[in-house]
Design a protein around this ligand. Structure first.
Ligand code: AMP
Ligand code: ZN
Length: 469
């Protein structure tokens, strides 16, 4: 199965060919754990989860590495402001270590609720300081660094391909990043590899290094840890689009500077989730969390479904109204599947070829740069297809759900925990008896009693069936 992805580096949809046949090394930038993730961040993690599961569906064995940023990310993605961990610690009157573990746990709880699978390797920046120091040493030996006012800087004009990912000129990159004039830097786009006390006197998380006590610059961890866990060639590297001009551009400068060759073959970026009043900002504290979505009465998987209704490369406008529409859509879908499952019989036909044809169709959709809207069209087509048996349909739903991860077969358990089928059938029989005796009021009363239990009756020529409302 050919797998196509849009590569930010070449600005084209390309056939994906991994460095090692059948295997994919994938690196995704993880959360900065100084606060809860917002639902925009989570959109990006959902996109990466679907990408990984789609590759697995296509038969690849994926090694997925994700970092946890627990030191070094300043308020701006360039080198301005304070370390976000220090800010979080001040805000909550805790140590940065406590803040980091608390929000890391919170992040993985959110992921679990969204059926986002854990990466193969999760690595914390604070546990890889030596790897980062070694990477700076290599860059220093190769002439990419300079020291100014105690800090170690990366000199971007020593790396000839600095602008290749963002496809912007140095002037455009400078204008875009709106960096303040920093007299320590030779070029405003140079970035810090190692901060020392000369810049921050109140930094709690600090380590010894050949350049003095201090802490690493944010971009360094992703280069150091991806090389450590995925080797010198990474197949796919992902993140949100905001990372293209600064973070990922700097990661390339570091990794390719140190390795002396191309590092990542496919760069994939998820577009932003936006609100009608603009961007969601974690640092301003004004953002929507998954807990808030749950408090508003939604199931986290309804948010996942909402995200999957559009392409990852398009901005997605969030409102509770559109989430409500997605929620209704998912409920209806699960309900349909529930009734198909209920109607399925043990001895129904299982035609392997028919099943495989639909699997191929679904695979073609997801392998087309994750065309999820088309994947849902295929799913609906299956549910409607009169040529398929119920059993075949359910097998296909279960199979597709390995990628969609929406618990599509869970409808009954979720909605109907207290439903006593015997009791319902008993009331239906009593109602049938009342109707036979033309006791219409009694029949209506029984119907209403069931309605109050969220059970809707469907009268057909063959008799009465029921469904959960
Ligand atoms: P952070 O925790 O700030 O490092 O961000 C985690 C991930 O979320 C990164 O891949 C960002 O690019 C991504 N991200 C940040 N804001 C948004 C947003 N509004 N929509 C989608 N992804 C986002
Ligand atoms: Zn990164």
């Amino acid at each position: 199965m050919e797998f196509y992805v849009y590569n930010t580096l070449t600005r084209k949809k390309e056939e994906f060919v991994p460095a090692k046949e059948g295997k994919v090394g994938m690196y995704t930038c993880g959360p900065t754990v100084y606060n809860y993730a917002h639902i925009g961040n989570l959109r990006t993690y959902i996109f990466e989860d679907v990408l990984k599961k789609s590759l697995e569906y296509a038969g690849y064995k994926v090694k997925h590495v994700m970092n946890i940023t627990d030191v070094g990310h300043l308020q701006s993605d360039a080198d301005e402001g304070e370390d976000k961990m220090t800010l979080g610690a001040k805000r909550e009157n805790k140590s940065p270590w406590e803040i980091a573990r608390f929000y890391e746990d919170g992040f993985f709880e959110d992921c679990k609720k969204l059926n986002i699978k854990r990466p193969t390797v999760t690595c914390r920046a604070t546990e890889h300081i030596d790897d980062m120091i070694n990477l700076i040493k290599t860059l220093e030996e190769k002439g990419y660094t300079y020291i100014s006012n105690g800090n170690v800087y990366y000199q971007i004009d020593k790396f000839k391909d600095y602008t290749k990912l963002a496809n912007l000129s140095i002037d455009e990159l400078e204008a875009g990043s709106r960096v303040e004039v920093d007299t320590n830097k030779k070029n405003p786009l140079d970035f810090v590899l190692w901060f020392t006390n000369s810049k921050f006197t109140n930094q709690i998380m600090q380590w010894d290094s050949p350049w003095g006590t201090g802490f690493p610059g944010w971009h360094l961890e992703c280069s150091a840890m991806s090389i450590k866990y995925l080797g010198e060639a990474v197949d796919i590297h992902c993140g949100g689009v905001d990372h293209i001009p600064v973070h990922h551009t700097n990661e390339i400068a570091q990794s390719e500077g140190a390795l002396g060759h191309k590092w990542v073959n496919y760069w994939m970026h998820g577009e932003f989730l936006v609100l009608d009043n603009g961007k969601m900002s974690k640092s301003s504290g004004d953002f929507l969390t998954l807990s808030r979505v749950i408090e508003e009465g939604f199931d986290p998987l309804e948010y996942r479904y909402f995200c999957l209704q559009s392409r990852y490369r398009k901005q997605l406008l969030f409102s509770f109204q559109s989430l409500k529409e997605a929620s209704n859509g998912l409920k209806k879908l699960k309900e349909k599947i529930f009734f198909i499952r209920k109607a399925a019989e043990e001895n129904e036909r299982l035609d392997k070829d028919k099943i495989q044809d639909y699997k191929n169709k679904f695979a073609n959709n997801i392998c087309d740069d994750l065309n999820m809207p088309n994947a849902f069209t295929t799913l609906h087509e299956i549910l409607k297809d009169e040529e398929l048996t119920n059993k075949e349909k359910i097998i296909l739903v279960e199979d597709f759900d390995e990628v969609l991860s929406l618990d599509l077969l869970n409808y009954k358990e979720e909605k109907n925990i207290d439903v006593d089928e015997e009791y319902i059938n008993d009331l239906i029989a009593k109602r049938a008896e009342a109707r036979k005796n033309k006791e219409w009021a009694k029949a209506d009363q029984l119907r209403n009693e069931l309605l109050e239990m969220d059970i809707e009756l469907i009268d057909t020529k063959e008799g009465t069936t029921w469904k959960i409302k």
